[in-house]
Design a protein. Structure first.
Lengths: 1066, 446
């Protein structure tokens, strides 16, 4: 407002002066040297003419009138380097200002309740501007965030998932560990992937208690505050963004997990000779085994001769399923996005509209999706006392998931000599649920064809998902007196998700189900499931209402600034799900036939009684929150700062009386800016310094627990009677999780902000964390064979440092802005008793152990292979042992080798931007150091049961002397199969350092406006063309096996993307 | 401004907020508190009637495994229990212990809930009786595996079981004496008989006759032959035997689910399918007479041996519930032990009549002495109640109290492994994790 007043005043002044004398008119166009955008609010001092001040308009334009030339002017703006220049002639002139440091670009910190300038904050924040977000063109917001914010990490073990974001390490053990996402002031209930990154104006990450405690009981994991764009600048603006991305066929990491056919057949023959399949010799039953085992059994029973066997095995040995996978499963991915943004603002109202459309073809054939995202927002000013802002956002995603990755092809696995199609591309059958001998036997019966042909299956069935989001809010601001206003917010979210699975009548799914329930009566086979397709529909819907009333007060006196806000919030989220299954469905005529769902048929060949699955299910849950909050800060002389915030949350979650449901959380902070003191010389090399300290509490909820013993109704299979299962034992002491955070921070600028950055040291302690405590089975309580009691019985502490350093250099026309992020985080489980030794190895995510990091890596101490027979040996105490059973039973945590953590201790990024107008080159490097990984190797048990192999198989011990070159055990005897596998795959010989340096992306952009003789320059205001490669690859890895620590467990590497994009502004 | 604050405050009046927060989070979750809820807990058949103990069966001599089939066994519990290994579990979870205490937990939840509810309805009596029955049933199964056999003449002060009589999982309970375990079972069953209904159309729900038969089992083990005789007499008076002549002997599982003789359906988490490599003891097979329909309907030849298919579950799962035939065999044995020899012979013959072709039974008693009668009764018991986990209890009690001197042996790779009478290994070890977490005393093994 003041800006406009100044502008008008100065215009009036110049006008009055111009009346008096003969004048030269100069039109200045003040632009940001970095992105060519206009700089609003730059102040132009003219020498000599008293205190004549002109302020540039929102587009960076201003008009100066001089009576005599030449004349010196000074242009100043708090975010840019001061500039002096001499005006020698009239007319239009473009002036470029260099930004001081990027973070100072009018950085506002959005807490979701208010926006405050960074200088007025005591807490620890990281923020990301629109420009930084736009840089990495990717449909996924999470991908755009990777390595750009200090203190925000991605858990690479959860590759590609939206729950992978971590703020300053994990704060919780068993509860929801994802940060709270605030979208335009209200908690966002949907999936991050559904948001269109194009409409995001900024993201602020609230890292410590000062900021987070205002979000109270859900802020323990950190808070991501997302602010979407609104009308900016004056007048009308149009922006067009387009890009096209091509993704490489993913690296065939699965090569390692598929043996070559001959090796695998050799292994199967070995198992057969060792008697592994003896039980099948007299009765092969129906359960799945591979075609080779089928042939061996036939030979053993004399059905085929040994010559036929040898011939057929030799033929199978020639097959290579990987060729089929390349041909029929994978493809290059494509992604295109077009988005348009319109903005119009005037004095009384402002409007913003954004629409974007995404189309994506996956690297898996038959998988694709489309996404439409619309946003409309307006602000109306009624007088000076009322402001109304309606906002509506609609996102629609359509997903088609009809393809498979190689792991999904068979339920039991995929054997290396499988063939997906013959030479003409006709789909071929594979072994899935049933063994080849059983299937052969069924061919002569009147049951339906029972072959599983994966390619045909993918082509026949439909798998479509549609996700719709309607987000609306209405914000009202009533200005009561100067500095006092009332804000009312109503937010509504309606998020629905529909899944349609249509199994064609000819599909294996339908044939298998029909066959299983078919029974013989009087010599004929009856099918209780009628011929026809099967339609499975699942509907999910989340409805959320939020109401908030908030009073804001801010006033400045001579040396003091006071900011206060207080409010209450009420919120309800209802989530409902339902599913149905329609049998005998004809999609052409929409007819269906309901089968007999009550009779318990004797299923074939399982021979157990079961009724036809109805597929009908409902769930309905309601979460309600009621919160009161207060936040206040006091600044003295703009350099001493004090803040306090408190919040009280109550919810219906625990089903207890209201008093126990509520939890009060608070935080307070102090800050001091010594560089603003009088004694601080403005020429001192440390040109800016601010010290901050905060301490406080935030919380976390676990929605799955209640205080009373609870049960869930179901039906007993045996009798069909309603029955109840006890899910939780009573827990009188259930409460919210609490996270205490103390933060000490430093913001600095060196030599006129050539260097700037911040350091934060923090300590977190999570108490009352929900965790598992081992429970004596004698108590009789367990669910799904887990003998643990879940309650507030765990504690976790962590400490860390977030460091960020930005540089800003200019050599002639070359500008270099490097930026380094370093995060150090170390955590330790203080209290937890629910882990037993074996649970440590049951998943790749290790279980918590007291006194060790949350994600500790443990192993059995390896003592090399036995030179006699190549069996694995281990250290147990001071002895080398081969007593595997004892080792497995008696090993305690003390006997295991502890290596470290599986999450990086040091992580961060190194970002570089080089500008040589109009070309800009930038690249980002990510790194993670100080952590460990468990290298996958051959698991003989997996190879025998589900055909998952490993290339280490060919490095196994085969004869005496091999132990000098290899650590891979020989093929085990049947009795040792599972013990060797378990001990070897978890042995210390397979633990590797996981340190890496990863080149995330390279981007080359050209500012087309800077290119001379470009047609159409008159109509466009800005135009950029860029090329980018995302997920370039590892620059360095510490482990000798050269495994990529980011993807070593997945079947695919990170997919590499090439993007070309074009942005216009009008 | 003042009015505004007033409006906001009135909106947030405490009473309306209490309602706002008292709504249930998940609609399908219930806090068990009504008779219907408790009925649903008792009817949770997969806890109360299924996946129950089977180590007693694995340890018994009803079956044997050939060396080459033993080599391909992957189930650690089966491998070890079969040869009575000292370290039985090797860290695997022991469902015999866990599932039985799970049953007890459900029963205690019902009993505690009923106590709070104080309902006068007849259904409440039935539920209380049902809960007491299942608690006793679980302790019965546990006592046959984890406690020393009951010494009829001795003290029975040895290590019993943790007697958990409340649902509170934070309660710490140590091991009682063997005597206490048996007294508790007797007490619970005596009370259950009073409370339970006479009949139930649903065979997974206990009746007073099921409770009476379980009581007879316990009394037999305790040497209370009069008691066991009168308990089993009640069942014989009210139920008939199944005539095996009506069975389709060639059916996959001829006995049928919930058949006429079943008083309470209950199954082990262990199966015997036609493709099983557990073969029925050859001497036992040889003991069936030519016209014995049990032999033709219960066994199917395979590779020169026999596989069992006579489970009273009517499927592959082995039966460990309660059935009328057992009442006859208990009554016959008790009569013999009480020297009511004619009565014993009469009961035995009545039982066998239903088992033989054309209902013509061969009198199995060859002699007039009490010992002759008892020997015949015990042999018929062995032939009639195999694959139900009962044999293990019988070996234990006969060796302990009758000095029967039964030694059971396994033959693997030409080696004979034997379990000598009254060996410490007749009492299985408590699961390692239980010892670790609760610190209760472990059973000695050798």
């Amino acid at each position: 407002m003041i800006k406009y007043v100044c502008l008008i005043v100065s215009l009036l002044l110049t006008v009055s002066i111009s009346l008096a004398q003969k004048e030269t008119v100069v039109f200045l166009d003040i632009r940001n040297a970095e992105d060519n955008s206009g700089i609003a609010g730059a102040v132009i001092h003219t020498e000599g003419i008293g205190n004549s001040i002109v302020v540039s308009s929102t587009e960076g334009k201003c008009k100066l009138v001089f009576t005599s030339l030449p004349i010196r002017i000074r242009i100043a703006h708090m975010a840019f380097k001061k500039m002096e220049l001499e005006i020698t002639e009239g007319g239009e002139q473009i002036v470029y200002l260099d930004p001081l440091r990027r973070e100072l670009e009018e950085v506002q910190i959005h807490t979701g309740y208010e926006s405050i300038p960074r200088e007025r904050a005591t807490g620890s924040f990281s923020s990301l501007s629109e420009k930084e977000l736009e840089r990495r063109a990717s449909p996924s917001l999470v991908d755009r965030l990777e390595g750009t914010v200090s203190g925000l990490n991605l858990d690479s073990r959860l590759e590609g998932r939206n729950n992978a974001l971590i703020v300053r390490g994990y704060s919780s053990i068993r509860s929801d560990r994802t940060p709270l996402v605030i979208l335009d002031g209200a908690p966002y209930e949907g999936d991050l992937s559904a948001l269109d990154p194009n409409i995001i104006a900024s993201i602020t990450v609230l890292k410590d208690a000062a900021a987070a405690s205002i979000w109270g009981a859900r802020a323990g994991n950190g808070v991501l505050v997302i602010t979407t764009k609104s009308a900016s600048g004056m007048g009308t603006q149009v922006k067009l963004n387009n890009y096209l991305t091509v993704g490489a066929i993913p690296n065939r990491h699965y090569d390692a997990f598929l043996l070559n056919s001959q090796e695998f057949i050799g292994f199967e023959r070995y198992l057969f000779d060792e008697g592994y399949y003896n039980a099948l010799k007299s009765n092969p039953g129906y359960r799945s085994f591979s075609p080779v085992v089928g042939l061996l059994l036939k030979e053993a029973s004399g059905d085929i001769s040994s010559t036929v066997l040898t011939e057929q095995l030799a033929q199978l040995g020639q097959e290579d399923v990987r060729l089929d996978l390349d041909k029929y499963l994978f493809q290059n991915s494509f992604e295109q996005q077009h988005s348009v943004q319109l903005s119009e603002s005037g004095e009384k109202s402002a409007h913003f509209f954004s629409g974007s459309w995404n189309r994506n073809r996956s690297y898996i054939q038959r998988n694709a999706d489309q996404r439409l995202a619309l946003l409309a927002r307006s602000t109306f000013k009624v007088g000076s006392w009322l402001e109304l802002s309606p906002n509506i956002q609609y996102n629609r995603g359509m997903y088609r998931n009809e393809g498979s990755t190689y792991r999904q092809i068979g339920t039991g696995g995929l054997y290396p000599y499988a063939r997906l199609a013959d030479g003409e591309g006709n789909a071929l059958a594979l072994i899935d649920n049933y063994n080849p001998l059983f299937l052969e036997e069924q061919e002569s019966t009147s049951r339906l064809d029972w072959d599983y042909r994966p390619l045909e299956e993918m082509a026949l069935n439909q798998n479509r998902r549609e996700n719709k989001q309607l987000l609306m809010s209405f914000r009202t601001q009533v200005n009561i007196t100067t500095g006092l206003n009332l804000q009312l917010l109503y937010n509504y979210q309606d998020i629905s998700d529909q899944l349609n699975l249509l199994y064609d009548r000819k599909s294996y799914y339908v044939r298998n189900l029909r066959n299983r329930y078919a029974y013989e009566e009087n010599g004929t086979l009856l099918f209780p499931i009628a011929d026809g397709s099967i339609l499975n529909k699942e509907d999910g819907r989340i409805l959320s209402h939020l109401g908030r009333g908030q009073v804001n007060f801010s006033r400045s006196w001579k040396n003091s600034d006071v900011n206060l806000l207080a409010g209450m919030e009420i919120k309800q989220t209802v989530g409902r799900q339902s599913s149905t299954m329609v049998y005998g469905y004809n999609p052409e005529t929409l007819t269906f036939q309901t089968p007999d769902l009550n009779t318990r048929f004797l299923t074939f060949p399982q021979n157990s009684r079961a009724s036809i699955p109805s597929g009908i299910g409902f769930s309905d849950r309601t979460d309600r929150f009621l919160s009161y909050y207060f936040n206040g800060s006091y600044a003295f002389k703009n350099r001493y700062l004090m803040s306090f915030s408190a919040r009280r949350d109550a919810s219906n979650l625990f089903g207890v009386n209201t008093n126990q449901k509520a939890v009060p959380l608070w935080s307070s902070g102090l800050a001091w800016t010594p560089s603003a003191e009088d004694f601080w010389s403005p020429d001192f090399w440390l040109s800016f310094l601010k010290i901050r300290a905060t301490v406080g509490y935030s919380g976390n909820v676990n929605k799955s627990l209640t205080r009373y013993s609870t049960a869930r109704y179901g039906n007993t299979l045996l009798t069909g009677l309603p029955s109840a299962q006890i899910l939780t034992p009573p827990n009188e002491d259930l409460r919210w999780e609490k996270v205490k955070t103390a933060n000490l921070g430093l913001d600095f600028g060196i030599e006129g902000n050539k260097w700037s950055g911040s350091v934060d040291y923090y300590q977190k302690r999570g108490t009352d964390l929900i965790g598992e405590a081992a429970l004596d089975p004698t108590t009789g309580f367990f669910v799904a064979d887990k003998f643990t009691f879940i309650g507030n019985n765990s504690e976790l502490k962590s400490q860390g440092v977030d460091f960020r350093l930005n540089g800003n250099f200019r050599v002639a026309k070359l500008e270099w802005t490097p930026s380094l992020i370093l995060n150090w985080n170390r955590d330790e489980v203080v209290r937890y008793s629910g882990t037993n030794t074996l649970a440590l190895f049951s998943s790749s995510f290790s279980a918590p152990i007291e006194g060790k990091p949350l994600n500790g890596v443990f192993s059995f101490p390896w003592a090399g292979l036995d030179p006699v027979d190549g069996s694995p040996r281990f250290w147990y105490g001071d002895e080398i042992t081969r007593d595997y059973a004892t080792l497995k039973t008696n090993t305690t945590f003390e006997d295991l080798t502890f290596h470290g953590t599986s999450l990086p201790v040091y992580s961060g990024s190194f970002f570089n931007r080089l500008v040589f107008r109009p070309v800009e080159l930038s690249f980002s490097i990510l790194y993670g150091l100080g952590h460990y990984l468990r290298r996958p190797s051959i698991s003989y048990e997996d190879l025998a049961t589900n055909w998952v192999g490993h290339s280490d198989y060919s490095k196994r011990w085969m004869q005496a002397g091999d132990e000098q070159f290899t650590e891979v055990p020989a093929m085990p005897k049947v009795a040792d199969l599972s013990l060797w596998t378990m001990l070897y795959t978890n042995s210390s010989t397979l633990i590797e350092r996981a340190d890496y340096i990863y080149l995330k992306d390279i981007r080359l952009a050209v500012d087309l406006m800077g290119v001379k003789r470009l047609p159409g320059k008159k109509i466009v205001k800005s135009a950029d063309l860029y090329l980018m490669v995302n997920n370039v690859g590892q620059l360095w890895v510490a482990n000798s096996a050269k495994l990529d620590p980011l993807t070593h467990e997945s079947a695919f590497g990170r997919q590499r993307f090439w993007t070309v994009g074009l942005n216009f502004g009008f | 401004m003042r009015t505004l604050i007033l409006i906001i405050c009135s909106c947030l009046s405490v009473s309306c907020m209490d309602d706002f927060l008292s709504v249930k989070t998940d609609k399908s979750m219930i806090i068990p508190s009504t008779l219907e809820d408790f009925r649903a807990l008792i009817d949770k058949a997969d806890v109360m009637n299924q996946t129950l103990p089977y180590l007693s069966h694995l340890s018994s001599d009803d079956f044997f495994i050939l060396t080459n089939n033993y080599a391909s066994l992957t189930n650690i519990l089966k491998r070890n229990a079969y040869v009575w290994k000292k370290d039985l579990y090797e860290g695997t979870s022991v469902t015999d212990w866990n599932r039985s205490f799970h049953q007890i937990f459900y029963a205690n939840n019902v009993l505690d809930g009923l106590q709070n509810l104080k309902s006068e309805e007849i259904e409440a009596r039935h539920l209380e009786g049902g809960a007491l029955f299942f608690r006793a049933f679980a302790y019965y199964n546990l006592s046959q595996v984890f406690c020393a056999p009951y010494d009829i003449k001795g003290e029975n002060g040895g290590l019993g079981l943790p007697l958990r009589l409340k649902s509170d999982i934070s309660e710490v309970v140590g091991r009682s004496t063997v005597e206490d375990v048996y007294m508790q079972m007797e007490k619970d069953l005596t009370r259950a008989i009073v409370l339970l209904p006479e009949q139930s159309t649903i065979k997974t729900r206990p009746t007073q006759f099921a409770a009476a038969l379980l009581l007879a089992r316990v009394q037999l083990l305790m040497g209370n032959y009069e008691g066991a005789l009168s308990s089993s007499q009640r069942i014989m008076d009210n139920f008939e035997l199944l005539d095996f002549n009506t069975l389709n002997a060639s059916a996959t599982y001829p006995m049928g689910q919930f058949n006429k003789e079943v008083l309470l359906h209950s199954s082990m988490s262990y199966t015997s399918t036609v493709s099983s490599t557990d073969y029925v003891d050859t001497l036992l097979i040889g003991a069936y007479e030519k016209d014995d329909l049990r032999a033709t309907s219960w066994f199917v030849p395979r590779n020169g041996y026999h596989v069992f298919k006579g489970s009273y579950t009517g499927g592959a799962l082995l039966f460990n519930g309660l059935a009328v035939d057992e009442a006859y065999l208990i009554a016959a044995e008790c009569s013999a032990r009480l020297n009511l020899l004619a009565e014993a012979k009469r009961i035995l013959l009545e039982y066998l009549t239903s088992r033989y072709a054309n209902n013509v039974a061969v009198d199995p008693v060859t002699g007039d002495s009490q010992a002759d009668v008892l020997r015949a009764v015990l042999l018929e018991r062995r032939k009639g109640l195999l694959y139900r986990g009962i044999r293990w209890s019988d070996i234990r009690r006969l060796n302990k109290n009758d000095n029967a001197g039964i030694t059971i042996s396994r033959m693997l790779e030409g080696q004979v492994i034997s379990l000598i009478p009254n060996s410490l290994n007749y009492v299985l070890p408590i699961p390692d994790e239980v010892i670790f977490l609760s610190g209760i005393a472990q059973n000695p093994r050798e």
